[in-house]
Design a protein around this ligand. Sequence first.
Ligand SMILES: CC(C)(COP(=O)(O)OP(=O)(O)OC[C@H]1O[C@@H](n2cnc3c(N)ncnc32)[C@H](O)[C@@H]1OP(=O)(O)O)[C@@H](O)C(=O)NCCC(=O)NCCS
Length: 310
Amino acid sequence: MGAGIIGIGRYLPEKVLTNFDLEKMMDTSDEWIRTRTGIEERRIAPDNIDTSDMAYFSAKKALEDAGISATDIDLILVATVTPDRPFPSVACMLQERLGATKAAALDISAACAGFIYGMVTAKQFIDNGAYRYILVVGVEKLSKIVNWNDRNTAVLFGDGAGAVVMGPVSEGRGILSFELGADGTGGKHLYQDEYVIMNGREVFKFAVRQMGESCINVLEKAGLSKQDVDFLIPHQANIRIVEAARQRLELPEEKMSTTVRKYGNTSAASIPISIVEELEAGKIKDDDLIIMVGFGGGLTWGAIALRWGR
Ligand SMILES: CC(C)(COP(=O)(O)OP(=O)(O)OC[C@H]1O[C@@H](n2cnc3c(N)ncnc32)[C@H](O)[C@@H]1OP(=O)(O)O)[C@@H](O)C(=O)NCCC(=O)NCCS
């Protein structure tokens, strides 16, 4: 048996904030944002919807998709850097709201790589038989930590959530290999003080290098090559960064997710949000080899090679 995704769901706030809306709020332009980042619009959650609410909406859908009930869940992992409050964790709030009475619960702080960290952690418990069903959620309400007076960062981020139920899947499917990494010396390039502070150029250089390398590393670990890849789901930070990863894998454009255009950078939520988008578009099918790769503040990074299907 392998450890894989057996159910998935997402939540995106209804409110769309376009580049043209931002032009009215700060000294920026649709042209600059689109050419430098690929982003056209992003979603912004209203005041009465916090991170745990978005986590709940996405988790409900993932449970329904998996065909299990909340009381079947053994562990809840929530990847987020924008919890409702420092504690209790979003995972504990979610546990209560779902009624997941037997589940242990904790948040994971690995910024935009958090969802990959969560999936890899879940895999260990499923592989060693300790737990059967693990809910992994990537969720962010970045709009509450973005400085809306700083055009360098405000145009990049959006809100949203994605959740997966992980559990045992057939032999040959699920996570085939993974890589996780961290480099605390780069923490100074992307962090939260009161608001998000970022050295865009340094993060850009790191991201381009690390995404490409991690993709190649997980393929090697799985005994596979670039030609075997069916679809690439990179963390959606910037179109130029994900393009560099696609070129490193020599993949055609239609084999990579570019949801950054519609949703901006949703940090830990971007990978599960993108998986749902591509499933709905019919671009991911059973037995496809999917590469997921993320990077973020910490600095952190991670990648997974996964054979899709239950
Ligand atoms: C932020 C980023 C898009 C900037 O793109 P860039 O091509 O490197 O742009 P530069 O940093 O060279 O800035 C060019 C100019 O645009 C200006 N600029 C910055 N943001 C702007 C905006 N929203 N609108 C208009 N101009 C802007 C800068 O002030 C700078 O002006 P100056 O040359 O007069 O100082 C890019 O560095 C990036 O994507 N970095 C990675 C960010 C990221 O992914 N973070 C999340 C990680 S999970």
